[in-house]
Design a protein around this ligand. Structure first.
Ligand SMILES: Cc1cc2nc3c(=O)[nH]c(=O)nc-3n(C[C@H](O)[C@H](O)[C@H](O)COP(=O)(O)O)c2cc1C
Length: 324
């Protein structure tokens, strides 16, 4: 698995929010760049900070707690200041050897026009970045859409892989096509595969929440409900029942499943069905699939909210309060 480090500067929290979602999806370590002399917030100081960015200043930074040399992938996040990266990012990029690294850029701006800033970062890098995420004011954006766009970015950072698992593709109207692909291969625009999530609720109103194994490529070690991809020939209900059996050893009665959410994610090329089952099971009686699941617990909505705050709940399940 690729080891990734997110290095970022954020004055007002927008870039920080993107780093939070990205770290959740990629299991990245995160390092904030802290200038020895902080940049002030406020209107007039914006002018001074903007000039510093235009002059490509390289301010002194506090010592790094992590060593970029220890990572395969470096993701660099910056706000756009006067069409340029924020100066702390200049210091990092001009003093760190990134020549052997896969490099991704996260650029956040008020206008959404991050192109000049990206060009300046690529100039410092001495080449094109491997992946670029150019975002308009993330804190104000629709969070559902933002999570989906961040997931598509994270998928591009990981790059193509092939687990050999076969996916059937569908068109935008959910008609099955005569095309099959393997998981991890890039799906062309206008084509979709299907995935499911399965929420299990007990008679106390608690939900069965499991922890993904640390070996997972996407969202390692985050907590979530059970889910997975729909295999060839399956309905999403078939897949829901099979995934829960495989990962937790629970036999669900398909007759009792309720389809509670149906969405299409264009950025991620997927139809996403969410199934809800009511069932009482004893945690002791479960058989966890080791490669997939590290732990499992019955949780209240408050428990999940706490995990969300700590960035330990799978961000792809951002809609959890609709279900719980
Ligand atoms: C000094 C300064 C200069 C800025 N210049 C630009 C700009 O040229 N174009 C733009 O679209 N946004 C500009 N912005 C807005 C920020 O890029 C945007 O709000 C960004 O999302 C802030 O990220 P942060 O909250 O992580 O600091 C500027 C903000 C500051 C503080």
């Amino acid at each position: 698995m690729l080891k990734s480090l997110i290095v970022y500067y954020s004055l007002e929290g927008n870039v920080e929010l993107l780093t939070k979602y990205t770290a959740n999806l990629l299991g990245s370590d995160v390092m904030e760049l802290v200038p020895v002399k902080p940049y002030p917030t406020g209107r007039i100081s914006k002018y001074i900070s903007g000039r510093a960015a235009m002059a490509h200043e390289t301010p002194e930074l506090r010592e790094y707690p992590l060593d970029p040399d220890d990572y395969d992938v470096i993701i660099i996040g910056t706000p756009v200041w006067a069409s340029n990266p924020a100066p702390p990012v200049n210091t990092f990029m001009t003093t760190t050897d990134l020549s052997e690294k896969r490099v991704a850029l996260i650029v956040s701006s008020k206008s959404g026009n991050g192109e000049k800033c990206i060009a300046q970062m690529e100039k410092m890098l001495g080449r094109k970045a491997d992946v670029v995420f150019n975002v308009k004011e993330p804190k104000e954006a629709d969070q559902n859409q933002l999570v989906e766009e961040t997931a598509a970015f994270a998928r591009d950072v990981i790059g193509p892989y092939d687990t050999g698992e076969e996916w059937e593709l569908y068109d935008a109207d959910e008609n099955k096509e005569d095309i099959k692909m393997h998981r991890g291969q890039p799906i062309p625009d206008g084509h979709y595969h299907k995935i499911v999530s399965v929420w299990i609720k007990n008679s106390e109103g608690k939900f069965l929440i499991s922890k993904r194994s640390a070996q997972k490529i996407v969202s390692p070690s985050t907590w979530e409900c059970t889910g997975g991809a729909v295999d060839t020939g399956e309905s999403t209900l078939d897949a829901a029942v099979r995934e829960v059996k495989e990962e937790l050893g629970i036999d669900l009665d398909p007759e009792t499943g309720k389809l509670v959410r149906q969405t299409r994610h264009d950025d991620m090329h997927e139809f996403y069905d969410v199934w809800l089952f009511e069932k009482d099971v004893d945690i002791e009686d479960l058989t966890l699939q080791e490669e997939e699941v590290a732990d499992v617990r019955w949780m209240t909505k408050e428990d999940v909210e706490e995990l969300w705050e700590k960035n330990e709940f799978n961000v792809l399940l951002y809609y959890y309060d609709e279900i719980m």
